[in-house]
Unconditional design. Structure first.
Length: 111
């Protein structure tokens, strides 16, 4: 969703184009897929990953924080958005381990 210069992406999980969960049992792979889905959604709204200023990561097991953080770092190492990781009891599907929200701000050429 885009409202002015703000782009909000929510409820992004590790699903492929067919809606199948990718990387069952693997939080790193699921985070990579979820972030690819975030990237695609941002693009559809006229934003890029470099426009992201905040992410919220929901995990079903906080013990996976290192794997999830490593995958997040592959996308955001140079961008360094404000990030929060929270443990939740469960997701919509028991196969889902990670869900990601992102907020981006798209600046015009003047900035």
């Amino acid at each position: 969703m885009r409202v002015g210069s703000r782009v909000l992406v929510s409820g992004t999980t590790a699903t492929n184009d067919r809606g199948d969960v990718v990387g069952i049992g693997n939080p790193y792979t699921q985070t990579i897929q979820a972030l690819k889905n975030v990237e695609r959604a941002l693009g559809e709204a006229g934003a890029k990953m470099t426009d992201v200023v905040r992410t919220r990561i929901y995990v079903t097991n906080l013990d996976h924080w290192e794997q999830v953080g490593r995958a997040h770092g592959k996308f955001f190492a140079d961008i360094r958005p404000a990030s929060t990781m929270l443990e939740v009891r469960r997701m919509v599907s028991e196969d889902m381990l990670v869900e990601i929200e992102a907020e981006a701000v798209v600046c015009d050429a003047e900035g």
